[in-house]
Design a binder for this molecule. Structure first.
Ligand code: BDP
Length: 698
């Protein structure tokens, strides 16, 4: 098993009682409707059910037979069935579905019904998941619908097929062979995404190339859009702000210039003529060297609204990223997005979403939630999570990210008093807006298993599930994924679930405990490099973030420091402003504390840090032994792949521990506490390591 089939393994049900229950409940499938989406749903059900039941489940047109699965949109449904379900459709949103066991003329039926065809596909996958996770399928009455409207993957893929921060091979988009050559992967990609409810994909890197907007490339984009459409997936592109100059021969890209505005309007028209359901644009502007409105002394609102006006006639949206920080502000990078964007609240067009990373720095193993959440009540904010593990060990470290996502989504902003979670901000319920979304920076490449690490598939899966419903629990999602992907054996599920749930804290422990951040290797972000101090921009240097000195360590973001805490609502500000009330997991994010600061467990800060690094290593070791113990439940190929990766992870966790402790020890001048393994190399050695070909730089 090479992992290509992801969580859609559809292996024969092992539990015999369940197997006979499934066999007696599902004899055939009745399909109403003829659209491609309905055809895909029927094919998926047939494939999944036949696999899990170990016998072919045919399609039939006989609605009088017993024990059939009926799939249909409400409008195509055989009229006699309507009275059985009509009431269930009050309040069910468009993409939602109903799965209901009913009796009709004394026959048992399972209805999978939705208002529109895509809901039928979602319902079919949801029904299959019941069997995949070994649940009973009689007496069903399930209603489900996505809480967010736009559930997107963001690919940081370049036209030459390199992937910025991609660790799973090259881009799956083979631009050279498009539009004629439709790789089977495109279809399988769409299917996998639909199975978790992802309904949009930004095909191109945020560090954008204007070429994608030329007719030659739009033809290729159109071909992909045609593949994805029946799976309910819209395509989006990144818009390079300077495109009017680069490919339009204009002299300026000033958003207030009429010729520029007209150029974008024409471009939008051209795109929509090819792709009538084109989703819209994602834009990184005036950030890390990308062009933007500020080049013309205009602001984010001018830029975003110009593009929004261009796509509005066709129902398109603009996702304008808030990931900005400027070299001209030396105080604190963490404050800049908020300072730059919050004053514009309410000024964006109603088809603009501002896309905000989960934390204020950059996809660290742990960051407190971004203070922009809750602070722009009149602007729809969309959440940007990173699925690819840029700062979390690339594709060799086993880290279950939904734990991180959950932590952020459940964080309380106090924007409208207690209970104003980030999830409520992004699902629109807190400030009553209907334009809602989530974006996940994809970890997909052309590796045979898609994501490099088999367990990184769980991050794609889990991201999709949380984009569908940001209130789901990471633990429940892990359990689903394990059952669908590997095995339903209870011992395996329990053990591996525990391992996954813990894995996120483990990476924090061996990389950046107690709120440390951004101390990774320069540029490629591979491995530890807290010593780096020679980069041209101060905020690119790890020393800027940890600020270790003879007194202590940490970034003072309180009133006596950068005052970043003031960007939070008063309850949160108050909590973070004092070391004693700051959760220890975030301590050094907000405070510069002496090495002998007393932690809650009575250890000094220095001892605590050292112990966390050691604990991280121990935990990776435990993961490895756990995996070895589970061997009997796993096929050889995936077993060995994961084992080799865990061995790399263990080696690298030790590297993190040794390099960071040796480096910080120069300042603390304190001995390693008992129980912490003494490094067998010196600091010079770690500092001498260079990785000119580390992957992921695009
Ligand atoms: C950082 C990455 C960089 C991205 C940037 C972004 O290092 O490659 O271009 O974020 O999100 O995490 O724009």
């Amino acid at each position: 098993n090479n992992g290509y089939d992801l969580w859609l393994q559809y292996k024969k049900t092992e539990n015999n009682n369940l197997l006979s229950h499934y066999k007696s409940t599902v004899k055939s499938i009745v399909v109403f409707g003829t659209s491609k989406t309905i055809e895909i749903s029927a094919r998926e059900l047939k494939k999944g059910l036949s696999g899990m039941l170990g016998q072919t489940i045919p399609k039939t047109s006989n609605i009088e037979s017993d024990n059939v699965i009926v799939i249909s949109s409400l409008s195509n449904l055989e009229k006699n069935f309507l009275p059985l379900i009509e009431n269930d459709f009050v309040n069910l949103p468009d993409e939602g579905f109903l799965i209901k066991s009913v009796k009709y003329r004394n026959k048992n039926l399972t209805l999978i019904i939705s208002k529109n065809d895509i809901g039928v596909l979602y319902g079919s996958f949801a029904f299959l998941r019941l069997l995949q996770t070994n649940q009973r399928i009689d007496n069903l009455n399930i209603k489900d619908a996505p809480r967010l409207k736009h559930r997107l993957l963001n690919h940081w893929d370049n036209p030459d097929r390199t992937v910025e921060r991609g660790y799973a091979g090259f881009s799956i988009w083979n631009w050279h062979k498009l539009p004629e050559y439709i790789d089977q992967r495109y279809i399988d990609y769409a299917r996998a995404n639909a199975s978790v409810g992802i309904n949009g994909t930004v095909l191109t890197n945020v560090n954008a190339n204007a070429l994608i907007l030329t007719p030659e490339y739009l033809e290729k984009v159109e071909a992909l859009a045609n593949v994805f459409r029946p799976y309910g997936i819209k395509v989006y592109l990144t818009a390079r702000f300077s495109a009017p100059i680069q490919i339009g021969k204009l002299e300026t890209a000033d958003p207030l210039d009429e010729k520029v505005q007209q150029w974008w309007k024409n471009k939008a028209k051209e795109i929509y003529e090819r792709i009538p359901d084109f989703g819209g644009f994602l834009v990184k502007a005036n950030s890390e060297g990308q062009p933007g409105p500020q080049n013309y002394r205009r602001n984010h609102v001018d830029g975003a609204n110009m593009l929004a006006d261009a796509v509005a006639p066709y129902g398109g949206i603009v996702m304008w990223r808030a990931f900005v920080y400027s070299e001209h502000d030396p105080t604190d990078r963490a404050k800049q997005a908020y300072s730059e964007f919050v004053p514009y609240d309410g000024q964006f067009r109603n088809n603009v979403m501002v896309q905000v990373k989960n934390g204020a720095i950059d996809f660290q193993p742990r960051e407190p939630f971004h203070p922009m959440f809750g602070a722009m009540p009149h602007t729809p904010l969309t959440m940007e999570f990173q699925i690819t593990q840029e700062y979390l060990g690339f594709s060799t470290h086993l880290v279950y990210l939904p734990k991180l996502y959950e932590e952020v989504l459940q964080a309380d902003t106090y924007a409208q008093g207690k209970g104003s979670t980030v999830a409520k901000v992004i699902d629109g319920s807190l400030h009553n807006n209907s334009l809602t979304g989530m974006a996940g920076v994809s970890n997909i490449g052309n590796d045979i298993n898609w994501t490099g690490h088999h367990f990184a598939q769980a991050n794609w899966y889990g991201y999709g599930r949380l984009a569908w419903n940001p209130y789901l629990s990471a633990e429940k999602i892990a359990e689903e994924w394990i059952r669908c992907t590997f095995s339903n054996s209870e011992e395996f599920v329990d053990t591996i679930k525990r391992m996954m749930i813990k894995s996120r804290e483990t990476v924090v422990n061996y990389m950046t405990p107690y709120g440390l951040h951004h101390i990774m290797g320069t540029g490629h972000h591979y491995g530890p490099a807290p010593w780096v101090s020679n980069l041209p921009r101060p905020e690119w240097n790890p020393v800027y973030y940890h600020k270790a000195d003879g007194y202590g360590i940490g970034f003072n973001r309180t009133k006596s420091g950068s005052n970043a805490t003031s960007q939070y609502f008063p309850e949160v500000e108050k909590m973070y402003d004092k070391a004693k009330t700051t959760p220890e997991k975030d301590l050094l994010w907000f405070h510069h504390l002496p090495w002998d600061y007393k932690l809650k467990n009575e250890l000094t800060l220095w001892e605590g840090i050292a112990m966390k690094y050691q604990q991280g290593v121990n935990e990776v070791y435990e993961m490895l032994t756990t995996w070895e113990k589970m061997k009997k439940y796993i096929d050889n190929e995936r077993y060995n792949d994961v084992k080799m990766s865990l061995e790399i992870q263990l080696k690298e966790a030790k590297w993190w521990r040794d390099a960071c402790l040796l480096y910080f020890q120069q300042f603390s001048e304190m001995p390693l506490p008992d129980g912490v393994h003494a490094p067998n190399k010196n600091l010079d050695y770690y500092q001498s390591l260079k990785f000119p070909y580390a992957p992921g730089r695009g």
